[in-house]
Design a protein around this ligand. Sequence first.
Ligand SMILES: Cc1cc2nc3c(=O)[nH]c(=O)nc-3n(C[C@H](O)[C@H](O)[C@H](O)COP(=O)(O)O)c2cc1C
Length: 392
Amino acid sequence: MAGRPQSLDENVFCIADLIEHSQRRLSKTAFEYIGGGAMDMITTQDNCNSFNRYRLLPRVMKDVRHVDPSSKCWGKKTAFPLGFSPTGLHGVAHKDRELGVSRAASKANTPMCLSSWANSSIEHVVAQDTQHTGVYAMQLSVVEDPEANLYTIRKAEAAGCKALWVTCDLPILGRRLNEFKNKFSIPQGLTVPNLPPDVDFRDTGKSSRMGYDRGMTWDRVRWFKQHTKMEVWLKGIMDPEDARLAVEAGADGIIVSNHGGRQLDGISSTLSALPGVVEAVNKRVPIHFDGGIRRGTDIFKALALGADFCFVGRIALWGLGYNGEAGVALALKLLYDEFYATMTMVGVNKVKDIGPQHLAWVAADGSLVRLADKKGHHGQRDGQLSRALAKL
Ligand SMILES: Cc1cc2nc3c(=O)[nH]c(=O)nc-3n(C[C@H](O)[C@H](O)[C@H](O)COP(=O)(O)O)c2cc1C
């Protein structure tokens, strides 16, 4: 039939398939480490389900011969508004680990933020950037010893990272029940080379210098700004007041994130938190977003609610688990194709034109509540509507 898209793989036609087929190839412990969240996983699930509470509002007859899904991240042009959030221990999923993810990301012109708990060194990860995209960042799980933090920062800077993502929602590790039940630990043979070499990473719990820093306050942002030339982004912002304080503290950008529901269970989805943060920041710094994205339409919906760029965490690991680097490349291609199809069928030619006028909320009685007028004025972006909706 005319225009029927080619299948990219014999098993996997969307991310839900990728999850199912990666499960067949991963051990139970590895699969649950990746997919798991804290406690009852209310927040992990809500991250995904929140996207289903909105409906797209397509327009027809819009001349969509020249749809351009390209976007910008840390000043560089990217294929589309999607990148990889930091996820620790890729070696659990596949021997290609972070190096395979980096190769797939580079070939697809997709940004990648490396976890400080990665199994590959940041310089080796950036060296896989065969296409010279230059869109790499380093995440920092802040620990008590400033020298240990500086070790990771210096390595990232030397490797050419554009941004440092300071994770703010990690004063202690969330209670991930699967990890207790499966007695999860870092498999033998894997190392964590972005932490100082004298650290016993299998036993950081016993070393006070490597304990997560519970003493962090907003003035620490200035310390990071003083100690690196990279942009300093704060990851894990959910509250509008925290977003305002982050901007005042000098953050170059914010990542709306709840750690994929792996920290405190029972908090809101990131999609529900997004409009409030967008209103508080009021375009002073860019807002990036992660949590629950599994489809191209999800990316579109997050942008329509005010995110400037989206990231996915678990999808890199499910891609690795299914088929190493090729599995990650497949995931990116699927999401790109889905996002392109969404733009085309909603009737938008440029990413910057995606807005609240393209979205409606499904009310309790099944009727649609538009988020904005046809030009995108008012609505969800200023948060008033989200408060009104919350009362429905
Ligand atoms: C297995 C796994 C490991 C993670 N490791 C880190 C980490 O080291 N640092 C961090 O800031 N976030 C970490 N995250 C959270 C992700 O960066 C991201 O916020 C989350 O996965 C987004 O949700 P999604 O998986 O639904 O896309 C991890 C998430 C997963 C699933």
